[in-house]
Design a protein around this ligand. Structure first.
Ligand SMILES: Cc1cc2nc3c(=O)[nH]c(=O)nc-3n(C[C@H](O)[C@H](O)[C@H](O)COP(=O)(O)OP(=O)(O)OC[C@H]3O[C@@H](n4cnc5c(N)ncnc54)[C@H](O)[C@@H]3O)c2cc1C
Length: 454
């Protein structure tokens, strides 16, 4: 029976980052994965959707640039080719991660891992068993499947299936106006689908700042996306090739017709079959997430959990940061990453990004704050690239002028938010970030303009 210092279950961004960090510390490391290296992020999440986002931007800029002298007469979308491109991107990154892991000395095992005791893992596909001093669970989540009338119909799919489809639906209904739903709405409407969004809550992107969600709704509505908030899907029926979605909006019954329906109502943990029947000592909360403390320790010594499976923040970079800290904790060293400010991004057009405190949370928690807001009307880069409704909003402490948080909606917001993560984590003041020179012309310059105007 092989024995390791650290065994990691799941090779998503949490698992493979833990493996790299463990190798860096000189640990004998094994990584067990039942599907592809890269997990949800690389194969069914971040990278596939951002590849489609990139393609949709390329399509729109070719199609809509005759007024600036760029004529492309026969611009069209070839979904089969786009799917091939997306697959080639994910395969390239996945095989690069795999070869780096192997070169670093990690042992990779393909199969389904089941924890059969403290320090013992059974790999069901090969009927082998390994032991490890420490086990890290990084098994992530999968799309939530709910049963309702019509949920099994052909054409009703989750995000995994959407990202494997090789044709573009003419009419797409998206159930769920969260991050995943709105990214698909932005991408597919840009590629040419007629998109309807049905969201149960009273706003899209419910966890984000109200200004961000309202402005995105206005922009997407202007582009023809039909968004219904406070609306509940009741059922889906299929008549001929038509999927008819019946939903209730503010007490009234309506229907929306589609060729495809994306159910994007959330994700569920994958911990239910992770333990043998006689070994269930690791505590799991009522929703199925693994319970951990702030050192990633589960209720069993030397079994840790990181990433989406803990139900904390379900983002790839959060899983990576947790992985790095977890290995350093196992090694008895200080943690490296500050987990207090995890930026959240939405890859719509325009992009949305948020870090630290937002107004709704400040009000709920009774935190004193002052808002600095700047619309990008006169930012040269935004004007020349024809951006719409862009803004940055910074929350500061009214007395010390320390930066508490920032929300942005503009081109490249997801790249620029890092500046505010640095500011919040290091308790920088407006004065600290104002004195640093930004290059011209850039979107980033807008931040400098805002601060200089104070
Ligand atoms: C459509 C979509 C878009 C997204 N976009 C973004 C984005 O832009 N930015 C961002 O930060 N996040 C994004 N996310 C979220 C991101 O993908 C997750 O937060 C991230 O993948 C979590 O990493 P993880 O390592 O915890 O788990 P995962 O990436 O889910 O990896 C878990 C792995 O464990 C494996 N596994 C499970 N059980 C077992 C077992 N018993 N034995 C062996 N292997 C097992 C699974 O096969 C999987 O490969 C997106 C998600 C989706 C669905």
């Amino acid at each position: 029976m092989d024995k390791f210092d650290i065994a990691i279950i799941g090779a998503g961004p949490g698992g493979y980052t833990a493996a790299f960090e463990a190798l860096r510390h000189g640990y004998k490391t094994v990584l067990i994965e039942e599907r592809e290296i890269g997990g949800t992020c690389l194969n069914r999440g971040c990278i596939p959707t951002k590849t489609y986002m990139y393609a949709s931007e390329a399509y729109l800029s070719a199609r809509d640039s005759s007024d600036i002298g760029i004529n492309a007469e026969t611009v069209s979308v070839d979904m089969k080719k786009l799917l091939e491109y997306k697959n080639s991107v994910t395969e390239k990154i996945s095989s690069s991660v795999e070869s780096q892991l192997k070169r670093g000395g990690a042992q990779l095992i393909k199969g389904r891992a089941v924890i059969s005791g403290a320090g013992r893992i059974h790999i069901s596909d090969t009927d082998t068993e390994i032991t490890a001093d420490n086990i890290i669970i990084a098994t992530g989540t999968e799309p939530t499947k709910i049963r309702f009338e019509g949920s099994d119909l052909d054409g009703v799919m989750d995000s995994d299936a959407m990202l494997s489809a090789d044709n573009l639906p003419e009419r797409l209904v998206i159930v769920g106006g969260g991050v995943i739903g709105m990214e698909f709405a932005s991408i597919y409407s840009a590629l040419g689908s007629s998109v309807t969004v049905i969201e149960a809550l009273d706003k899209i992107l419910a966890n984000f700042d109200r200004d961000l969600s309202q402005n995105l709704k206005l922009i997407l509505k202007k582009r023809g996306v039909d968004i219904h908030t406070s609306s509940m899907l009741k059922r889906i029926e299929k008549i001929n090739e038509n999927l008819i979605c019946t939903y209730e909006e503010k007490g009234n019954i309506h229907t929306a017709n589609a060729d495809r329906v994306l159910i994007a109502i959330g994700r569920k943990p994958t911990a239910s079959s992770l333990f043998t029947a006689d070994y269930k000592n690791v505590s799991i909360d009522p929703k199925g997430y693994i319970i951990t403390n702030d050192k990633f320790e589960t209720t069993v010594p030397k079994i840790y959990a990181i990433g989406d499976i803990t139900g904390r923040i379900q983002l790839a970079h959060a899983a990576e940061a947790e992985a790095i800290n977890c290995i350093n904790i196992i090694a008895g060293e200080s943690t490296v990453c500050d987990l207090n400010t995890i930026p959240s991004c939405v890859y719509t057009d325009p992009e949305i990004a948020s870090a630290g405190l937002n107004e709704q949370r400040a009000i709920t928690e009774g935190i004193d704050y002052k808002v600095l807001k700047y619309a990008f009307h006169s930012n040269a880069k935004s004007v020349l690239t024809r951006q719409e409704r862009s803004f940055v909003k910074i929350l500061i402490d009214p007395v010390t002028e320390t930066v508490l948080g920032a929300q942005m909606m503009c081109a490249r917001a997801t790249d620029m938010i890092g500046e505010f993560v640095t500011a919040v984590d290091n308790h920088l003041t407006v004065g600290d970030i104002k004195k640093c020179v930004r290059p011209h012309p850039t979107y980033n310059e807008a931040i400098w303009d805002l601060l200089r105007d104070l």
